[in-house]
Design a binder for this molecule. Sequence first.
Ligand code: BGC
Length: 285
Amino acid sequence: MNEENTNLPNVVMPVCPEVKMLKGQKALITGANSGIGKGVAIELAKAGADVVVNYRGGEQAAIELVEQIKTNCGVNAFAYQADVSNENDVKAMFEKMINEFGTIDILVNNAGLQKDAPIDEMTLEQWNTVINVNLTGQFLCAREAIKEFKRRGVREEISVAAGKIIHISSVHEVIPWAGHANYAASKGGVMLLMKSIAQEVAPFRIRVNNISPGAIRTPINTDAWRTPAAYNDLMKLIPYKRIGEVEDIGRAAAWLASDYADYINGTSIYIDGGMTLYPGFATGG
Ligand code: BGC
């Protein structure tokens, strides 16, 4: 976190400790050892969910997060190492979760990465890695979650839905991004993956949505906010004139996973300070 760039106020709404929107629910968050995934895991736990903190690297951070969650939120949690782009890893992770927690109510498909390169220099390895983790990984985890949601159905005392999937996508599911064709293609793919799955499983009372963040202060985009010059440049793309924080995403995810959002299905929620508003047109066009 960079303190010198926090000159603009970041209004933080307190979460009422009495409200446990996700009490008794079991959540899996992929890529939860850092960044947005970590923020989501904390907010879901604060809302009363037991959480599985998936990670691929960064075991120490995942273990520390689990301890923090167990101590402060009064819920159960464990860390699990798995590569979401590996089918066997994903199957084993769901087996472990169902053995430990009995079932799954919420999947947050968050694990993702960037391997940026100009298109004429992009290697097949860079392309494949991004598509495999960001898109195929989301498919593999969604598939396993839906199997369990369908098998178990609705338990009304827990939630009026049989299950909830939140794909963490990006504003780049709709904003083209030069130099990041693999990443933008993966997120565009996630958008229609989400909508197609949502259409298919809605009759089973399973809700599937995207959260599509803009620039959030995490390790994936350090270059975009670390120096004052970079931060100022970034602000040209954000009408609301502040970078996003992981709590902005985490709180929305907790609400979207809860029954308060029960009629929201098959849509993308852009959490981006207005990045998708084509800010260049504020003075041009
Ligand atoms: C990317 C970030 C970027 C943001 C806005 C995200 O999906 O991972 O690197 O800052 O989109 O462009």
